[in-house]
Structure formats: structure tokens, C-alpha cells
Design a protein around this ligand. Structure first.
Ligand code: DQA
Length: 153
């Protein structure tokens, strides 16, 4: 599967994901965010795509990056961290842009505490991938590439 086009896929990471590899390893594993970034670049290369990989602890910065993605990206994979469960601003930002957005999580949020079961952003995304550890990132990129090569309708 290859997708051509010059626009990158944005991979956006929310709060505390900079601590990956040190943080709650029993839940999130021992890979660091740098490791995840390397996996994303390797897959993107195989798909003839490019990835712009970013992390922020700030909700507003993630909103700004989604707006930027609306202008500059072919699609977005987002792990919004805890903002997933709280942020109407991220929901609205995703709704406000005209590129496909995939929600992803390392852990299976539906099998964890009840406050993680609801996502504020799912309804604005084309789909959700969760529970596959770092493979959730590459699965999200494959889902985006698939959608971009075979648009609905
Ligand atoms: C997470 C799940 C969220 O509930 C949590 O707040 C995170 C990480 C995940 O990747 O599994 O920070 O998004």
C-alpha cells in the first residue's frame, strides 16, 4: 500500500506522553516517545509518506497544531492523552478542519478506569485505535493511508 502526495501526516501527542518509557510501564510499556517516532518514520517511508511528529502538554498548542494540520497535513493521528476525556476544544478543532483524523491510544481505554471510557474526540474522528501499545501508532498511520488512498464516496 503506498500513498503519494507531498503533504505529511501529523502525529500529535498530548500531555505526559513525553514521559513514555518511564511512566506507568506496566500500562504503557518501556518504549520511549523517540522510539515511537522512529517507528512512525520507518512506516511512513515504506508507505512513501512523511510524518511530522510532535508532543505538547498544552491543550491550546494541540488546538493550534490541529488548525495547522488543516492547512498543511494530509491527515492526523492523535494521542490526546488525558485531554481525550475532557477536551471539547480538541473535539471542535478536529471538527473544524477538513482532513481525516484518527484517535489512538497505547492502552485499551475501555478496559481501564470508567473515567477513561468516554472520549470527547471520538465523534469528530474517522475512527479510534486503542490497546495495541506502540503498534497503535503504526495502525493509525495505516488507517489514514488506507482512507487517503480510498476516500469514502
Ligand atoms: C492514553 C490513555 C489516556 O487515558 C491517558 O490519560 C494517557 C495515555 C494512552 O495512550 O493509552 O495519557 O492516551
Amino acid at each position: 500500500m503506498t500513498v503519494s502526495g507531498s503533504k505529511p501526516l501529523f502525529v500529535l501527542n498530548g500531555p505526559n506522553l513525553n514521559l513514555l518509557g518511564q511512566r506507568e510501564r506496566g500500562v504503557y510499556g518501556s518504549a520511549t516517545l523517540k522510539d515511537v517516532e522512529a517507528e512512525c518514520h520507518a512506516l511512513a517511508e515504506a508507505l512513501a509518506m512523511t510524518v511530522d511528529f510532535r508532543q505538547s502538554n498544552s491543550e491550546g498548542e494541540l488546538v493550534d497544531w490541529l488548525h495547522e494540520a488543516g492547512q498543511k497535513a494530509a491527515g492526523v493521528a492523535i494521542n490526546a492523552g488525558a485531554y481525550t476525556h475532557t477536551s471539547i476544544a480538541l473535539h471542535d478543532a478536529i471538527k473544524g478542519i477538513d482532513v481525516p483524523v484518527v484517535e489512538l491510544h497505547l492502552s485499551n481505554i475501555h478496559a481501564r478506569e470508567s473515567f477513561r471510557h468516554h472520549s470527547m474526540i471520538s465523534a469528530a474522528c474517522i475512527g479510534q485505535i486503542c490497546g495495541f501499545g506502540t503498534a497503535s501508532y503504526t495502525l493509525a498511520l495505516r488507517a489514514l493511508a488506507d482512507r487517503l488512498s480510498k476516500p469514502l464516496g
